[in-house]
Design a protein around this ligand. Structure first.
Ligand code: CP
Ligand code: NVA
Length: 304
């Protein structure tokens, strides 16, 4: 069996994604019931972080421990990767000792290059282009609150960034309509939009995009690595805020999600996280459960 990787959502089929999310909810119930599970006993996850993280690091590290394994935190400050050792050489060595490798980095090619010679499964834990692990948690959260997302309308408000690109992948795999409300010049990857066909529509006006929607989602205006664009982006994105007023245009029981960290007063209003439709804390917690399911799938090749 060739090694499976998870670099974008497209690395799993729609059927596998459904099974994985079922398994994630099962793992959540079992963990909450206090059941001990050691399916990944003696297994090691290497975690390479070239960008900051709270949720991703804690969820992968806690997840490995809860499954009986261990996780290694590797920062470029302390490894030879940070001193210029080629990605492929690092991959050959790390994947000869670890059972899976998780990478958070800038250039998406770093994860594809790493995976190209890796003996162990490689997980994309965010690049400039994609954030597929977050989509697992978002899709799990939606189905736990509302059932299947198939046929639903989802509205993305804000930057056409890594999260938005992963939502485009999700629209095709989970079969929902995605409207993207973003300022001109900040649209998601044009190739992805065109490949998605009628699943994805750019609707520049956030009010028009939100109308009748089942889920509103946003993310920071300036992503990691864009800190020097923060002020200019704050001006450009001023009209692209999710607030209770915008939510009131969506369907009556619409949900609100944000991958976090959130900037109150920027992409969301001060009171948005407390809105009755907000499921952001469940969404954050589901990173743990969805990734435990992912780790079992990639390392053990099973989802039960
Ligand atoms: N949502 C998310 O990936 O959060 P962190 O940057 O804290 O890992
Ligand atoms: N788009 C954000 C997501 C953070 C989890 C970033 O890349 O910084």
């Amino acid at each position: 069996m060739p090694t499976r990787h998870f670099l974008t959502l497209n690395d799993l089929s729609a059927v596998e994604l459904d099974l994985l999310l079922d398994h994630a909810s099962k793992l959540k119930r079992s963990w909450r019931a206090g059941e001990v599970r050691d399916t990944l006993k003696n297994r090691v996850l290497a975690m390479i972080f070239e960008k900051s993280s709270t949720r991703t690091r804690v969820s992968f590290e806690a997840g490995m421990t809860q499954l009986g394994g261990a996780a290694l935190f590797l920062s470029p400050r302390d490894t030879q990767l940070g001193r210029g050792e080629p990605v492929e050489d690092s991959s050959r060595v790390i994947s000869s000792m670890a059972d899976a490798v998780m990478i958070r980095t800038f250039d998406h090619q770093t994860v594809t290059r790493f995976a190209s010679v890796s003996r162990a499964p490689v997980i994309n834990a965010l690049t400039d282009d994609y954030h597929p692990c977050q989509l697992l948690a978002d899709m799990q959260t939606y189905r736990e609150h509302r059932g299947s997302i198939k046929g639903a309308t989802v509205t993305w408000v804000g930057d056409g960034n890594n999260m938005c690109n992963s939502y485009i992948n999700a629209a095709q795999l989970f079969d929902f309509q995605l409207r993207v409300a973003c300022p001109e010049g900040y649209e998601p990857d044009a190739r992805l939009v065109s490949e998605a066909g009628d699943r994805v529509r750019i609707v520049p006006d956030p009010e028009e995009a939100a109308r009748g929607s089942d889920l509103l989602v946003t993310d920071v205006w300036a992503s990691m690595g864009q800190e020097n664009e923060q002020a200019a982006r704050a001006r450009t994105f001023a009209g692209y805020q999710i607030s209770p007023a915008l939510m009131s245009l969506a369907s009556r029981d619409a949900l609100f999600m944000h991958c976090l960290p959130a900037h109150r007063g920027e992409e969301i209003s001060e009171d948005m996280l407390e809105h009755p439709g907000s499921v952001v804390w469940d969404e954050a917690e589901n990173r743990l459960h969805a990734q435990k399911a992912l780790l079992e799938f990639l390392i053990l090749g099973q989802l039960d």
